[in-house]
Structures are given as C-alpha cells and as structure tokens.
Write a protein that binds this ligand. Structure first.
Ligand code: NAD
Length: 506
C-alpha cells in the first residue's frame, strides 16, 4: 500500500476492500481507472463532529485577532508547502478521481495560485469612506471576519475548490471546516493535513479543519449548524437547492457553485481550427466531468458539417486509459453510477431522435474494470430540439445544434436552466460584443468567453454562474467579500445632535 507520504494519518485505513461500506465507519476510496480500492478513511460521527466544530470556533476567536497581513504569511507558507507537495498531491488527485496527471497537477497549481492571490489580498481588504450628510460626522464601511465557515465540495475538484474557499477565508480571518465528497476522501485528508500542519507550526492550530462523513450524519448536521454563518457548497443543482433551503431556513448565508450546461457558439467567420481544439478540450477533457464542460455545440448551419467533421478525428483518436500514463488524454468516469448515467443519456438521445456521430459506448480498457466511456457526439434532429440535452449529464457527451442568426444562437445558449459558462468563436468584433452586450441581452452566464472554450478558468476573475448554477462567486476579483461581514459605521466627532433626512426630534 503506497501512502505517497501524504496520508500518514490515524484515519488512513490500508486494509479495505471495494465492498467495505460506510456502515462499517470507513469510506473506501476507489481508483476509477481500475475499480480497485486505494485506501479507506475512518468516518466522523456526531461526537467527533462536535469536537471539530468546537475547536474551529475557539480557533476563530483567536485567529480573527491576528492582523490580516500576518494571516497572509501563514497562507504564503501554505502555498510554499503545496509547491513542495505538488507532484504527490496532483498524482493522488489523478489516482482518486481519474483526471489525467497534467490536470491533477494543474488542480494543485490552482490552489497554489489562489494562495498567492490570497497573500496579496491580506493587505487589500479595502473598505470605503463616504461623505456623511450631517455636519461633523464621518462614515465608513469596513470588512470584518465572519466566523468558522463550512465548505462542502464536489468530487471532481477535490483539492482546488477547497483551496479557493479555504485560502480566501483564512486571510479574511475565518477558520474553515471542510466536508469533502466521499468519492475523494484521500485528497481531502492529504490537503488538509498540509494546511493544518503549516498553520499549527506557525502557532495557529485548527484554522483548517476537516470532517469526513455521510450526508445523513455529517452533511445535514453541518448545514443546519448555526455556528457556521456561511456554507459554501459546490455540487449538483439538486444538492444546492436542498442545502440552500436548509441554510436559508436558519437565515445563514450560502455560496452556491452548482451544475452547468455550457454551450459554445461557432460563427461562420470563426477560426475553425482554434474553435475545434478548444471544443475538444472543453468537451472531452476531464472525461466531461467539469462543471464548465462544453455540453452543447451551437454551430452556424452553413459550417455545421465541416465543423463536426473536424471534431470526429480527434474524438476517435484521443487516447483513453489510465490517467497517470503518459499520452492518455481521457481518463475514466468516477464510478459505475456515472457510467449508467452516460449509457442512459445516450439511449435517451437516440429515442428522442438524436444521431450518434461518434462514440456512444462503454469503453473496455485494460480488462474492463475501470469506468471508461467513449467521448460522444450527438447531432440533434432537424427540429433542433433534444430534451436530454437540456440537463447536465456528467459525462463526455456533446450535443450539436444548428442556427441561422446570432440572436437565435444566443437564445439557444440561454435556453437551459443553468447559467455557468459560455463561449463564442468569431472574428467579428460586432458578434463578440453582441454576445457580451452590456445591456444584458447576450450570454446569461457567469462566465462568457470569446475565442476560448468554456472550460479552464483562471483564478483572477470571480468564478460562478447564474440561474440554477446558484449565483455564487468564488476565487478572484472581489469574491473575498463573501467570507466577511460588512459593517457601516458613523462617528459624530462634533457636539451637535443631528439626525439624517433632516428629521427634528427636540
Ligand atoms: P453532489 O451534489 O452529489 O455532491 C456535492 C457535495 O454535496 C458532496 O460533498 C456531497 O456529500 C454533498 N452533499 C450532498 N447532499 C448533502 C446534504 N444533504 N447535506 C450536506 N452535504 C450534502 O455533486 P458531485 O457529484 O460530487 O459533483 C458533480 C456536480 O458538481 C456537477 O453537477 C457539477 O457541475 C457540480 N460542480 C460545480 C462546480 C461549480 O463551481 N459550479 C464545480 C465543481 C462541480
């Protein structure tokens, strides 16, 4: 059993089988490329959850008093330690969730990038001053630490989504309690181990905490817990709708990062080679398991055949296999349920009149134990409607629609419930700006790209989506404000009693 030097934790259980269930108090991490267990992790129960929450709360009371730039020094050390562990941690991501190694490493790089960004932010939590309408009064807004925050993450970004939240929260003066997906507990254990060790060595234990447990026992407890003023939850729209309602019921704050159903529009004047490369990465990369994966292609009818033909070659030649092997570009789906979801979506697409242009099958790789499928392109029927394409299937299926006018294409882009990512390929400034129109009549998504694909965001901008994607913003820009509370203060530095709005009370 290889522990990669990262999981030397009492919770790490080496003696497990793929059949070990959570009823035994252990969750087993399965390598989706082989179907074999990697290791198990003991689950938290009510008592250990309570202990973790109490310690996180106590740590918050200390941590918020540490000046923000000094909090930044801790996060800077964390970034350095993550650089040191980038290779083993990135490899663990690949082993546990099936991303190709370059993407596993890229995910850890994203956490390093956000740590760097957070260090800068530790000196830039700017408030505002504004003129008071009353004489000899001063008004300002300041940003204050919020409390221990709860972080719930999806399986497909088992390190970076935690990093986006935890690094910003830390420089904002918050402690964090992280509940990862039970499909990726080892990456969580290793990531939190690094963060907690660095902070503890610098005199700040329990700033970064981890609870690993079932949704019924730990997830439910966490979202209902009034000691967590903010729940940042990443996952499916179904999960977000429920978690959002529970947190709203206690008047807590939610930051929701939910599912997407992202489209790319290809205009006739586009650079088709560039558009094809971006579309292939966006649709087959991470085996279609990114929230920003390209799921719908909206291509001008005059170039549809030519453009689809450009995709078919790469789709059929892309190497599928063990994601840690050199040359492999498409790894497995996460588990057998995801394979069932793929098979069901392809069957529904056919029943609804779609034509499978390439792919459509489960792929047998190295003896058939892993959860592999073929990257798939489906052309929608002449009616230009396909019900299955309107929802997110977390697998590499690309549905091809055609259009006549750009207005029609934008309406199709916006016709789904989710509003995460979108893209247009065009050489025309007019078309590009129409897609980004400041009047809000272009793409209705949180992310809108021109001549770049839907997937592969940088950390510098605020990341998130509208409509059923949940409306949250994480990562760059001013997303840090979600992790703080805002206080508007007014000081009367004179001697007169003055009320706003000219009210007299004498
Ligand atoms: P999921 O909804 O099954 O699970 C996400 C997380 O929610 C897990 O940690 C899960 O344990 C937790 N959860 C579920 N029910 C809960 C409950 N009742 N109480 C507390 N926690 C609960 O999602 P998944 O399959 O892990 O991830 C795939 C989904 O995530 C896709 O829809 C994808 O688009 C979305 N996603 C969105 C973003 C984004 O930034 N918008 C990023 C990554 C993934």
């Amino acid at each position: 059993m290889q522990t990669l030097g990262l999981c030397d934790d009492a919770r790490f259980v080496a003696d497990v089988t793929a059949e070990t269930s959570t009823d035994s108090g252990v969750v087993v991490s399965i390598n989706p490329a082989t179907g074999l267990p990697i290791a198990g992790v003991t689950l938290d129960d009510e008592a250990s959850y309570e202990k973790t929450l109490a310690r996180s709360r106590e740590a918050f009371l200390r941590w918020r008093k540490v000046p923000a730039p000094q909090r930044g020094l801790v996060v800077r050390a964390m970034g350095e330690e993550l650089r040191r562990f980038k290779n083993p941690l990135g490899t663990l991501v690949s082993l546990e969730v099936g991303k190709i190694l370059s993407e596993g490493l890229g995910e850890v790089q994203e956490t390093i990038d956000i740590a760097d960004f957070a260090v800068g932010l530790s000196r830039q939590q700017y408030g505002l001053t504004m003129p008071s309408e009353r004489p000899e009064h001063a008004m300002k807004e300041q940003w204050l630490p919020l409390g221990p925050i709860g972080i719930i993450t999806a399986f497909n970004f088992p390190n970076a989504v935690w990093g986006w939240n935890a690094m910003l929260a830390a420089v904002c003066g918050d402690t964090s309690v992280w509940k990862p997906s039970l499909l990726a507990p080892l990456t969580a254990l290793a990531s939190n181990r690094i963060a907690d060790r660095v902070a503890t060595e610098m005199g700040h234990p329990d700033v970064f905490s981890l609870v690993i447990g079932t949704d019924a026992l730990i997830g439910e407890r966490m979202i209902a817990d009034r000691r967590l003023p903010l729940i940042s939850a990443t996952g499916s729209c179904r999960m977000g709708r429920y978690v959002g309602s529970v947190v709203a019921g206690r008047l807590g704050r939610c930051l929701l990062e939910l599912g997407g159903n992202n489209a790319v529009i290809i205009e006739p004047d586009a650079d088709l080679d560039l558009a094809a490369k971006s579309t292939v990465f966006g649709s087959v990369g991470t085996c279609g398991q990114r929230c920003t994966t390209t799921r719908r292609l909206i291509v001008h009818e005059s170039i549809a055949d030519e453009f689809v033909a450009k995709l078919v070659g790469p789709y059929q030649s892309v190497k599928i296999g063990d994601p840690v092997q050199a040359g492999v570009l498409v790894g497995p789906l996460i588990n057998s349920a995801a394979v069932d979801g793929f098979v069901s979506a392809v069957a529904q697409a056919r029943e609804q009149g779609g034509e499978v242009v390439t792919g459509g099958n489960v792929a047998e790789i190295d003896g058939g134990k892993g959860y592999f499928v073929e990257p798939t392109i489906v052309r929608v029927p002449a009616s230009n409607t396909l019900a299955i394409a309107m929802s997110e299937t977390f697998a590499p299926i690309l549905y091809v629609f055609t259009y006549k006018t750009l207005d029609e294409a934008i309406a199709m882009n916006n016709a789904v419930d989710q509003g995460l990512s979108s893209a247009i390929f065009t050489s025309s400034v007019r078309s590009a700006e129409r897609f980004l129109s400041p009047s809000g009549t272009g793409s209705d998504c949180g992310l809108a790209y021109v001549n770049c694909g839907t997937s592969g965001a940088e950390i510098g901008g605020a990341f998130g989506g509208e409509k059923d994607t949940g409306g949250g913003r994480e990562s760059g820009s001013d997303a840090w404000k979600a992790y703080m509370r805002r206080q508007t203060s007014t000081t009367n530095f004179g001697t007169q009693f003055n009320l706003a709005q000219g009210i007299r009370f004498e």
